[in-house]
Design a binder for this molecule. Structure first.
Ligand code: NAI
Ligand code: MG
Length: 376
């Protein structure tokens, strides 16, 4: 039996292209693993009305972790129109399978490192080394939303909140409410994960990115929790910055920051900004980490126009593999893989289209796999 069981979830679109690249590299480093295939993505929505079939959930229950490519998602109505004819009108509602996975398996920590590679022509600056910790299960992405607003809810809000009074007479159908739910325990979990990472990897600061002056209760609780947890980590400084100002500072002085921690939506926003500072979606890796399961994925989507063309940059996926190896405790292989990616980028002989070249996804994967063998 192999040492690890890693669910193999290519999804659709360029998910397949980059997973093929991942496999080339995993084979080169001879990880002792088996990779059972799991079905997820648009194809299964269209054919079965569920982009994350129960059999895939079952598979995940029996794996150490999962490697995931990308999936196509569409808004509710558009998705319903594309269902196969026999499923139309039967009440199937599209929900993003990745959001579902995060909630179902309580993958509370979303880890998104954004470090500039030497010699990457796409770097905004060469000295950027940011790591975003994004809470992954709550906030405005909890899915607790109302449209129309039920009368009972309107009543409760009118009676309990002065600020709601001016909305109380808006007709139910003319108003939408999405709840920003944040719990103390999830706040503690993400903030502690950020501090522990900073301690382990020698970052001097953790910046909590919220907006407590305006969103006083939810952001207020996040910042308060950050202050409490910071006391357990005397060597690391806590910085507090508002989300809007943070976007400005990240463009002005990104090199001044280290670990960033935020709630789900603000974390989503800053992690795209951070990704672009180090070369864009072709360089942005992530881990969704829970207690019993972790799902590793590049942050890009399925980029349908490039699907199957082997044009996109697999670096995001290869760094994702590196994060998975770290999590599995395969630190030597992880470090070798990262070094191999860095060398190939620094040498500059292989460049995918986003870096101004015309080499393919698999050319890049082969260059990294040739390189990594000499490092192990
Ligand atoms: P996208 O990330 O798929 O692609 C946007 C553009 O970024 C591409 O057209 C391409 O120019 C560039 N790009 C993406 N990955 C790249 C790579 N590895 N190398 C070089 N360039 C790359 O985002 P888009 O177009 O907004 O969404 C396409 C589909 O993907 C949608 O259905 C969306 O819902 C879904 N999506 C899925 C995600 C996931 O699987 N976790 C995340 C984001 C979007
Ligand atoms: Mg995003």
């Amino acid at each position: 039996m192999a040492k690890y069981r890693i669910a193999w979830l290519p999804g659709d679109g360029i998910g397949n292209d980059v997973m093929e690249a991942a496999r080339i590299v995993l084979d080169a480093i001879e990880l002792d693993a088996e990779y059972p295939h799991g079905e997820i993505g648009w194809e299964f929505w269209v054919a079965e009305g569920d982009p994350l079939p129960e059999r895939t959930i079952e598979l995940l229950r029996n794996c150490d972790c999962a490697l995931f490519g990308a999936i196509t998602s569409k808004p509710k109505d558009e998705a319903a129109n594309e269902l196969s004819p026999e499923l139309q009108g039967k009440g199937f509602i599209y929900r993003s399978p990745i959001v579902r996975l995060r909630q179902l398996f309580d993958l509370a920590v979303n880890l998104r490192p954004c470090k500039a590679f030497k010699g990457n022509p796409l770097n905004y600056r060469d000295d950027i080394d940011l790591v975003v910790f994004r809470e992954n299960t709550e906030d405005l992405y909890s899915g607790v939303e109302f449209r129309p607003v039920p009368d009972e809810l309107n009543d409760v809000l009118s009676r309990n909140n002065k600020n709601f009074e001016r909305f109380a007479d808006v007709p139910a159908g003319d108003m939408a409410i999405s709840l920003r739910i944040i719990t103390k325990s999830a706040s503690e979990r993400i903030i502690r994960a950020a501090f522990e990472y900073a301690k382990k990897h020698d970052y001097k600061t953790v910046t909590v990115v919220e907006k407590p002056n305006v969103i006083r209760e939810t952001s207020g609780m996040m910042v308060e929790t950050a202050r409490e947890i910071a006391r357990e980590f005397p060597g690391i400084e806590l910085w507090e910055t508002n989300i809007d100002a943070m976007c400005m500072w990240l463009v002005k002085n990104p090199q001044n920051y280290g670990v960033l921690v935020s709630s789900n939506m603000f974390g989503d926003i800053i992690s795209d900004l951070c990704a672009q500072l180090v070369g864009g979606l072709g360089f942005a890796a992530s881990g969704n980490i829970g207690k019993d399961l972790a799902v590793f994925e590049p942050t890009h989507g399925s980029a349908p126009k490039y699907a199957g063309k082997y044009k996109v940059n697999p670096t995001a996926m290869l760094i994702t593999v590196k994060l998975m190896l770290d999590w599995l405790g395969e630190e030597k292989r992880a470090a070798a893989l990262y070094e191999a990616i860095a060398r190939v980028i620094a040498e500059g002989r292989i460049r995918t289209y986003d870096m101004g070249g015309s080499d393919s996804t698999l050319d890049m994967a082969h260059a990294v796999s040739d390189n990594v063998k000499s490092l192990l």
